[in-house]
Design a protein around this ligand. Sequence first.
Ligand code: FES
Ligand code: FES
Length: 155
Amino acid sequence: MSRITLNVNGKSHTLDIAGDMPLLWVLRDILGLTGTKYGCGEGSCGACTVLADGEPVQSCRITVAEAAGNSFTTIEGLAASGLTRCQKAWLEEDVSQCGYCQPGMILESHALLRRKPKPTDQDIDQALAGHLCRCGTYPRIRKAIQIAAGAGSKS
Ligand code: FES
Ligand code: FES
């Protein structure tokens, strides 16, 4: 067991925990943040994506020991001060179907717009290449990102 401190959604958590536990399980089972989804567990689907200091990471692929000291944002924390422009565009376009992949898609899209305020469809496809949507919502996601990009620089 190790004593590890993580910052998640602006709150600090000190945990006595096995250091090799994937961050995904810490978020879901210990902190109760079940918006982060378990899909493949091996880095192939993107469902477990969260932001680490603003950059997308797959939480099934990093251990809590590796995560220590970083600041993470999950889908629960993204709208802490109101819905982001991505989330608003998602609602406007009625993007979600079953919803399982959507937290990871939204967090990845949020990071893309921070990095590239006016992405092309190719930029979007590249950014989302590591995310699987079994419901095939890709065209609506692309449209929502373009709507969010048109909404200006507010996150
Ligand atoms: S659950 Fe992490 S990439 Fe699929
Ligand atoms: S909305 Fe169902 S998997 Fe993407």
